[in-house]
Design a binder for this molecule. Structure first.
Ligand code: NDP
Ligand code: PYR
Ligand code: MG
Length: 544
C-alpha cells in the first residue's frame, strides 16, 4: 500500500532537500533489503544477480573514473593511498575553488553549445563536481544542460559526440535487450528516462540523437530530486528516423533507415519493457519522454497497468501547468471554475493538461468530467476542435470536440471563445501574434498566457512580446526561460512553466513511497503540494 504521506513528503522535498532525501532514500533502501557496501549498491531481492566484478580503481584509472575522480581535490593522504603520486601536479584545489574556476571558464563561452559541451565534458570527467556546479548554479546552468541548449545539442549530437552517455537500444539488439541492459555497469537502477527520439522538444524527429534529452532530464533527477546518479539510466530506443537531413548526415550516430512502425515497433518496445522489469524489478520507474503522440498515448495506456510508468510530456506537463494555474489564481482572481481555457496545440502536452484541469474542476465542483471539459477548447493544425470534426479526430482529441461552428485560425478562436487563459503547446514558434495577445488583453484585465513550446525558437511568443503587446497586463510563463523585461519603467520577471519543475520531485515521491503504479490522484497531489510550484505567483510578485 502506498503511503500518501510518504509520497507527498517526497514530492515536497524534491527541490533543495537533497540531504534529507538521501537519508530517507537510504533508510527506504535498507528497508527494501538493499545494503550499501563501500558505497556500492547491491541488487535488490527482486533483481537477477549478474556476476559483475567490482574492482577498486587506483592511480591512473581512478583519475579517469568520473564517479570517483576529484582532480586536484585529492588530499595528500589520498594521493599516497591511491597511487596518485606524480600523476597530479602538486597543488591542492578544493572542490569550491574548482567550481569557481569552472564557472569562470563557462562564462567566457559566448556560444551556448560550447557551454553544453563543457558541462558534458565535466560530467564525464568529475561527476561530483558536475553536480555541485549544477546544484549551486541551477538558474544559470538549467538552460545549458536542459532547454533550450539541449535542443541544439541533440540536433548536432553526431558532430559533438565524444564519449557515449546512456544506453542505446536499436533494432539490431532485438532479442538481446536483457543482455544489453546487463552491459550497463550499474545494478540498482531506480529511474529510467527513455525516448525514441521522434518528437524532441518542438524540433521534430531527431532519431538516435534524442539521447541528449534522457541524459539532461536525468541530470535534473540528481540535481533537483536528489537521486544518486548511479540510480539513473538514460535510454534511447533507435528504430530509425524519418529525418532526411540526418539520414544524409555522414556524422549521424543512429540507424540509417526509416522508422520501424506497427508490429516491429511494438515488439521492440514490449521486449524493452519486459526486460526492464525483469532486470530491475517492479519498482523501477520508467519515464517516457519525447515520443511522438501516435505512440506516446498508446504506450502509456499499454504499460500503465503493468509497470511504474508515466509520460512526462502528457502527465508531468499537466501537473506543472495546473500547479501554475492554481498559483496564478491568486493574481488573476476567481476560482478555477470561473476561467475558460484555449489551447493552441492538441497533442500530448495540450490534451494532457486539458484533462488534468478538467479532472481538478470536476473534483472541485462535483460536476461530471464531460461537463467540466466544456470549459476547455483546443485548436490544432486544422482549426478549433469542434463536434463536426469528431469522426476524423485522433482518439485523444475526441473528448474536446464541443458544439461550435468551425473556426480556422487562432485569432478567430480567441475572439469566438473569449478565453481567460491561453496556452501554447503546438511546437510552432511565433504563433501568439500581436493581434492574438491584443485580443486576449481586450477580453481580460489580466490575461494569463503560457507559451509552453520548447526550445526558445519554438516559443509561441517571447516574454517581451507578451508584456509589450498586453501593455504590461499579461501574466506570462514559458517552457524555456526568458530574461526579465523592462516595460514602462517596470521590470517584469516571466515564470517558467516546464515539467522540470515537477518530474524530479514526482519521480522521487514514487520511488520513496515504493509505488508500483502511477495514478491521476498522485499528479493532482504533486501539483497542489509542491512547495516551489507557485512559480508564476513568485515571478510576478513585486520585489520585497
Ligand atoms: N513546457 C513544457 O514543460 C513542455 C513543453 N512541450 C512542448 O510542447 C510542444 C508540443 O509538444 P507535444 O504536445 O508533445 O506535441 P504533439 O506533436 O503531440 O502536439 C502538437 C500539436 O500542435 C498542433 N499544431 C502543430 N502545428 C500547428 C499550427 N501551426 N497551428 C495549430 N496547431 C498546430 C498539432 O496539430 P495536429 O494534431 O493537427 O497535427 C498537435 O495537435 C513542443 O514544442 C514541446 O517542446 C511539451 C511538453 C512539456
Ligand atoms: C519540456 C519537455 O519535456 C518538452 O518540451 O518536451
Ligand atoms: Mg519532453
Amino acid at each position: 500500500m502506498i503511503s500518501r504521506q510518504t509520497f507527498l513528503r517526497a514530492v515536497v522535498l524534491g527541490w533543495g532537500g537533497e540531504r534529507k532525501v538521501w537519508a530517507l532514500l537510504e533508510r527506504r533502501t535498507m528497508m527494501n533489503g538493499v545494503e550499501k557496501t563501500n558505497g556500492e549498491d547491491l541488487a535488490t531481492e527482486e533483481q537477477l544477480i549478474t556476476p559483475w566484478t567490482v574492482s577498486v580503481a587506483s592511480g591512473y584509472t581512478l583519475l579517469r573514473d568520473p564517479r570517483h575522480n576529484k582532480g586536484l581535490a585529492f588530499t595528500e593522504y589520498e594521493r599516497d593511498a591511491h597511487y596518485l603520486r606524480g600523476l597530479l601536479p602538486p597543488a591542492l584545489m578544493t572542490q569550491e575553488l574548482q567550481e569557481k574556476k569552472l564557472m569562470h571558464n563557462l562564462r567566457q563561452y559566448e556560444v551556448p553549445l560550447q557551454r553544453y559541451m563543457a558541462m558534458m565534458d565535466l560530467q564525464e570527467r568529475n561527476e561530483r563536481l558536475f553536480y555541485k556546479l549544477l546544484i549551486d548554479n541551477v538558474e544559470e546552468l538549467l538552460p545549458v544542460v536542459y532547454t533550450p541548449t539541449v535542443g541544439e545539442a541533440c540536433q548536432k549530437y553526431g558532430s559533438i559526440f565524444r564519449r557515449p552517455q546512456g544506453l542505446y537500444i536499436s533494432l539490431k539488439e532485438k532479442g538481446k535487450i536483457l543482455e544489453v541492459l546487463k552491459n550497463w555497469p550499474e545494478r540498482n537502477i531506480q529511474v529510467i528516462v527513455v525516448t525514441d527520439g521522434e518528437r524532441i522538444l518542438g524540433l521534430g524527429d531527431l532519431g538516435c540523437q534524442g539521447m541528449g534529452i534522457p541524459v539532461g532530464k536525468l541530470s535534473l533527477y540528481t540535481a533537483l530530486g536528489g537521486l544518486r546518479p548511479s540510480a539513473c539510466l538514460p535510454v534511447t530506443i533507435d528504430v530509425g528516423t524519418n529525418n532526411e537531413k540526418l539520414l544524409n548526415d555522414e556524422f549521424y550516430i543512429g540507424l540509417r533507415q526509416r522508422r520501424a512502425t506497427g508490429q516491429e515497433y511494438a515488439e521492440l518496445l514490449e521486449e524493452f519493457m519486459t526486460a526492464v522489469k525483469k532486470n530491475y524489478g517492479e519498482k523501477v520507474l520508467v519515464q517516457f519522454e519525447d515520443f511522438a503522440n501516435h505512440n506516446a498515448f498508446d504506450l502509456l495506456e499499454k504499460y500503465s497497468p503493468t509497470h511504474l510508468v508515466f509520460n512526462d510530456d502528457i502527465q508531468g506537463t499537466a501537473s506543472v501547468v495546473l500547479a501554475g494555474l492554481l498559483a496564478a489564481l491568486k493574481l488573476v482572481g476567481g476560482a478555477l471554475a470561473d476561467h475558460k481555457f484555449l489551447f493552441l496545440g492538441a497533442g500530448e502536452a495540450g490534451t494532457g493538461i486539458a484533462e488534468l484541469i478538467a479532472l481538478e474542476l470536476s473534483k472541485q465542483t462535483k460536476a461530471p468530467l464531460e461537463e467540466t471539459r466544456k470549459k476547455i477548447w483546443l485548436v490544432d493544425s486544422k482549426g478549433l476542435i469542434v463536434s463536426s470534426r469528431k469522426e476524423s479526430l485522433q482518439h485523444f482529441k475526441k473528448p474536446w470536440a464541443h458544439d461550435h461552428e468551425p473556426v480556422k485560425g487562432l485569432l478567430d478562436a480567441v475572439k469566438a471563445i473569449k478565453p481567460t487563459v491561453l496556452i501554447g503547446s503546438s511546437g510552432v514558434g511565433k504563433t501568439f501574434t500581436k493581434e492574438v495577445v491584443e485580443a486576449m488583453a481586450s477580453i481580460n484585465e489580466k490575461p494569463l498566457i503560457l507559451a509552453l513550446s520548447n526550445p526558445t525558437s519554438q516559443s509561441e511568443c517571447t516574454a517581451e512580446e507578451a508584456y509589450t503587446w498586453s501593455k504590461g497586463r499579461a501574466i506570462f510563463a514559458s517552457g524555456s526561460p526568458f530574461d526579465p523585461v523592462e516595460y514602462n519603467s517596470e521590470v517584469f520577471v516571466p515564470g517558467q512553466a516546464n515539467n522540470a519543475y515537477i518530474f524530479p520531485g514526482f519521480g522521487l515521491g514514487l520511488i520513496m513511497s515504493g509505488a508500483i503504479r502511477v495514478h491521476d490522484d498522485m499528479l493532482l497531489a504533486a501539483c497542489k503540494y509542491h512547495g516551489l510550484l507557485s512559480y508564476i505567483l513568485h515571478a510576478h510578485l513585486p520585489p520585497q
